[in-house]
Design a protein around this ligand. Structure first.
Ligand SMILES: Cc1ncc(COP(=O)(O)O)c(C=O)c1O
Length: 387
């Protein structure tokens, strides 16, 4: 039986880490921001990496082992048959997004994103010369088909091409798009010849009560692409790799992928991710149980101590999207994220960078020891009392 990975490490142990989460702020700040988890690696990943290092197996990547491991995971978890011929190795999800965007749009074309959303979507699209067009979600975090249709209509009007980048499940709201929602999105996208890229990096992190649907499995989804990775589910951001998967009628597009993209993953990344998807399910199940407990703890603590903050329980991910807009008048122009760092010594992601109606929100990462969540909420509540 695997224990709860989220209770294994103390704050003192975590503070010895050198990754961005732990080294951006001074040591009196509790970091509940960037999407790193405070867990040890799943033992099968440690075993696979240790074996590779012991053999000096640190050359260039070869073969399709990552894709094969993902195929097994997708079949066992969602009953989805992934065709190996429809997959392509990617250095990471965001570089995969840029590469796919290059296949289906040209500089100056639009990338539609459903905001509020993961901030790098903006920067990567703009650096690739695409125009970012926001199709805001409904206030309850669900996909807004009206805002999507307006964006598709406007952006394809002069015969231009456009793409839609979905976050499925959605970062930061933790929404898991339903099969019916995705089918409706695919219908609209196909009506306007908009190509869909579904970023499914958070798909292994669907919590009890919700059901994940891979975009490529819904009717009409076969013209799209998905981007998948073990990076969020098993905390492998420091050992990057990813896969692009094409829908059945999009496979030919992959032949136009630049070589440098296909060859960009690291061999150790592929080894680690393949071990996660092939042998990491027991550890993942224990993690999901721990995340579910943390989700309930957060709900309890916020309702007891932070009546000013409202939010919906995330259905997936380890991120909670907290509406702090009732504080704005008292903050006198300061963002909630800046206020909480200054006054509570708790680092959260301020909502402003997420687009849409993100101003007034913060994103809290609850993939940490429950005792850290407890202290953080106490500090936030004390800071608000001093306002
Ligand atoms: C929705 C989403 N996409 C992509 C990424 C980054 O993935 P990668 O490091 O593989 O580029 C993240 C990281 O948190 C994310 O939340």
């Amino acid at each position: 039986m695997t224990g709860n990975p989220l209770t294994e490490l103390t704050l003192e142990q975590l503070r010895t880490r050198t990754s961005r989460k732990w080294r951006t702020y001074s040591s009196d700040v509790l970091p509940l921001w960037i999407a790193e988890m405070d867990v040890d690696l799943a033992p099968p990943i440690v075993d696979a990496l240790t074996a590779a290092l012991a053999q000096g197996d640190t050359g260039y990547p070869a073969g399709e082992d990552y894709a094969d491991a993902y195929r097994g995971f997708a079949k066992r978890t969602w009953g989805w048959d992934v065709d190996l011929a429809a997959t392509a190795s990617m250095p990471d999800v965001m570089r995969g997004m840029t590469a796919l965007l290059g296949l289906v749009t040209a500089p100056g074309d639009a990338l539609v994103i459903t905001t509020p959303v993961y901030p790098p979507f903006f920067a990567f699209a703009r650096n690739a010369g695409r125009r970012v067009v926001e199709a805001p979600l409904h206030p309850d975090g669900r996909v807004n088909l009206t805002s999507l249709e307006i964006a598709f209509q406007n952006e394809t009007r002069d015969g231009r091409r456009a793409a839609l980048l979905l976050s499925n499940p959605h970062n930061p709201t933790g929404t898991v798009h339903t099969a019916a929602e995705l089918t409706a999105v695919a219908g609209l996208a196909n009506q306007y010849s908009v190509r869909v890229i579904s970023d499914e990096i958070h798909a292994p992190l669907v919590l009890p009560g919700a059901t994940f649907t891979p975009y490529l499995t819904v009717p009409g989804g076969q013209t799209g692409f998905s981007l998948v990775s073990a990076s969020k589910g098993w905390n492998l951001s420091g050992i990057k790799a990813a896969l692009a998967v094409a829908g059945t009628t999009a496979i030919d597009d992959l032949t136009r992928l630049p070589q440098e993209t296909r060859l960009g993953a690291s061999h150790l990344g592929n080894i680690a991710h393949a071990a996660a998807f092939r042998h990491g399910s027991e550890w993942l199940d224990a993690l999901l149980t721990g995340l579910d407990q943390n989700r309930h703890l957060l709900r309890e603590l916020i309702s007891e101590q932070l009546s000013e903050i409202s939010y919906r329980d995330p259905e997936a991910t380890f991120l909670a999207w907290l509406d702090c807009s009732s504080l704005l008048a008292r903050l006198q122009g300061e963002t909630p994220g800046a206020f909480f760092i200054r006054e509570a010594r708790v680092a959260l992601n301020d909502g402003t960078g997420f687009g849409g109606s993100g101003h007034g929100f913060v994103r809290l990462n609850y993939a940490t020891n429950p005792s850290i969540i407890q202290t953080a909420i106490e500090r936030l509540a004390a800071a608000i009392r001093r306002l």
